[in-house]
Design a binder for this molecule. Structure first.
Ligand code: SF4
Length: 357
């Protein structure tokens, strides 16, 4: 709706959008700019969350990437700068678990040197209590922490390594104390596993200043045994909370914001819901993903990536990098969540732990 309450056509939104796009910015076949680069800095993790990295597959004999296969910090920064030149605004560091990557603060300091870059990170919080001050000091601006329950038995069933809630809560407190605020908390909801934790989580974080987001369980990769029956729709999550803690909708902060925002009517803060399954948001998806070994994916549910590391290590010039990424993005037509069917669920999709959420 425009200020006069008149509906604004999608094309008109796009045109408005493009007039504001910095010179050199690229768009895909659906007119979506490439704004957000999610960078996986490692495919390793110390959790085995059932919806992402099931232990049965990612067990003791699973072969993770060797150190030599990982992009170096210099290579990551070079790619981030190239994305910036093409209209990129935000870099989110992910994994696996990014805080497992040695000397991560040095990478953050290097990325913080890119002018105007919005720099954030998603972590499971297990190592955050000790690392938060150094991450902030290095230039990290914001942080998102995954936490799927407050009840230890439920949380341990979700992370499947017996990790306790308290340590993640200490990490969240340390992040807030370090000034990485507002801290966003991501909870993946799986029916029959942790949906009974929806209200306890909402009660706990209400009034804390942190923003709790509920994520619909997704058919990422090929290993988590996803079933539609295990999905708790975002609308149901909101209904459950609203019944006890009245909510009202809040406008998106920017075009392409992933979470739908709701605030407590009593002013005690807000929550978000991320509804990839029941209310797809592909039409304004501006996200690209880089695996730890330098493959570019244009969708979380992609079946193949584009090898940028070979270009980097093959001596490509900045212009050649710009051309390569432009050619990849220009032909992008991904909208998996809009076309999801029982057949697509079985596609040989890339694992989320390899490219970050
Ligand atoms: S399914 Fe793919 S295109 Fe759609 S929002 Fe997710 S990452 Fe973007």
């Amino acid at each position: 709706m425009n200020r006069l309450g008149k509906p604004v056509s999608y094309r008109a939104q796009i045109n408005t959008l493009h007039t504001n796009e910095p010179a050199g910015s690229i768009t895909d076949t659906l007119g979506r700019p490439c704004r957000d680069l999610r960078v996986s800095v490692t495919d390793r993790c110390n959790f085995r969350c059932v919806y992402c990295m099931p232990k049965e597959v990612f067990g003791r004999d699973y072969t993770f990437l060797d150190r030599a296969e990982l992009l170096t910090f210099e290579e990551i920064v070079r790619l981030a700068a190239t994305f910036q030149a093409l209209g990129g605004e935000k870099v989110r560091l992910t994994g696996g678990e990014p805080l497992l990557r040695r000397a991560l603060a040095r990478l953050i300091a290097m990325l913080a040197g890119l002018p105007g870059l919005d720099l954030t990170l998603t972590t499971n919080g297990s190592l955050l209590a000790e690392q938060a001050p150094a991450l902030k000091e290095a230039g990290l601006q914001r942080i998102t922490v995954s936490l799927d329950a407050l009840d230890n038995a439920v949380f341990q069933a979700m992370n499947d390594v017996g990790f306790r809630v308290e340590q993640v809560l200490e990490g969240i407190a340390a992040a807030a104390a370090a000034g990485l605020t507002p801290v966003k908390i991501n909870m993946v909801v799986k029916r029959g596993m942790n949906d009974t934790s929806i209200l306890p989580m909402a009660r706990y974080f209400r009034g804390s200043g942190h923003i709790l987001r509920f994520i619909e369980y997704m058919d990422v990769g090929t290993t988590n045994g996803w079933r539609l029956d295990d999905v708790v729709p975002a609308a149901e999550i909101v209904r459950r909370i609203h019944a006890e803690l009245p909510l009202e909708p809040v406008e998106a902060q920017y075009w392409g914001e992933v979470a739908q925002r709701w605030r407590y009517r009593d002013g005690e803060g807000e929550i978000g819901v991320i509804s990839s399954v029941t209310q797809a948001f592909c039409r304004d998806c501006t996200r690209a993903r880089l695996s730890a070994d330098g493959k570019l994916y244009t969708c979380l549910f992609a079946t193949e990536g584009h090898d940028l590391r070979a270009l980097l290590r093959g001596g490509a010039s900045d212009e050649e990098l710009v051309t390569a990424i432009t050619q990849i993005w220009r032909v992008r037509a991904d909208r998996y969540s809009e076309i999801r069917t029982a057949e697509t669920v079985g596609l040989d999709k890339v694992e989320m732990s390899y490219i970050g959420g």
